[in-house]
Design a protein around this ligand. Structure first.
Ligand code: ADP
Ligand code: MG
Length: 240
């Protein structure tokens, strides 16, 4: 579904991503771990074209998306993103947040978008909060609305950038539960997280990044029980 080849990204003199190669198959759940500043967010932002890569290719269904020009908006409909800080529209209630993009970008009728949005709020356990504004929702509820909003565009791939890092510990579980459910339904997901339990239980593959490189990748039980690289070992020793 997605093939990243020799991807690099520089901000002026700073090389943030170097020679990133990664293939993602349909239905696969990839978890990216690694220390702060290692380039995890930048990698997700390149996949979503929120950042323009400096070099290399990103093939989506075989087509290089780094040179799409005006078709970027179309591409982004296929690739949803969920951010650490939720980024909900503050002046719209939960239902309106979820309805907005389908009506605006996909020209879905108001009635249909509303029904679909209610369905998605039900899916994330927030049907009763449809009329509530973000400021009156807990962080965990806001994040679940953000997930419903991303799902409303019927994406092929969902990217999560530390979706539970801004949450109080007792609210993390509900969000992870929704993500687990999506993974179980076959959603293709790339998840940056520090939740090692989630990585172990849900990931098909774990990627360890450091210094802009993919240092090591493998199935969770290999990465967590017998990491090969010294940097992976010392990172895991610190976080586990
Ligand atoms: P991570 O998500 O792994 O913590 P990031 O991808 O956010 O890492 O950042 C990797 C490096 O790129 C950091 O050194 C960060 O300061 C730098 N960086 C990220 N975004 C920008 C930007 N827009 N301009 C300049 N430097 C940036
Ligand atoms: Mg980050």
């Amino acid at each position: 579904m997605l093939e990243i080849k020799k991807l690099s990204k520089c901000f002026d003199d700073l090389e943030v991503l170097r020679d990133i190669n990664l293939s993602v198959s349909k239905g696969e759940v990839i978890v990216i771990i690694g220390p702060s500043g290692s380039g995890k967010s930048t990698l997700l932002r390149c996949v979503n074209l929120l950042e323009q890569p400096t070099g290399g290719e990103i093939l989506y269904l075989g087509q290089d998306i780094t040179c799409l020009g005006k078709k970027v908006t179309d591409y982004r409909k296929h690739v949803g993103m969920v951010f650490q800080k939720f980024n909900l529209f503050p002046l719209k209630n939960a239902l309106e947040n979820v309805m907005y993009a389908p009506v605006k970008l996909n020209k879905v009728s108001h009635k249909e978008a509303r029904e679909q949005a209610m369905e998605l709020l039900r899916k994330v356990g927030l049907e009763s909060k449809a009329d509530t504004y973000p400021a009156a929702l807990s962080g965990g509820q806001q994040q679940r609305v953000a997930i419903a909003r991303a799902l409303a565009m019927k994406p092929e791939i969902l990217l999560f950038d530390e979706p539970t890092s801004a949450l109080d510990p007792e609210l993390v579980g509900d969000v992870l539960e929704v993500m687990k459910q999506l993974a179980g339904e076959g959603m293709t997901m790339i998840v940056v997280t520090h939740e090692m339990g989630f990585a172990r239980d849900v990931a098909d593959r774990v990627i360890f990044m450091d210094g802009g490189y993919i240092v090591e990748e493998g199935v969770p039980c290999d990465i967590f029980t017998q990491p090969k690289n010294e940097r992976t070992k010392s990172f895991l020793a610190r976080v586990l």
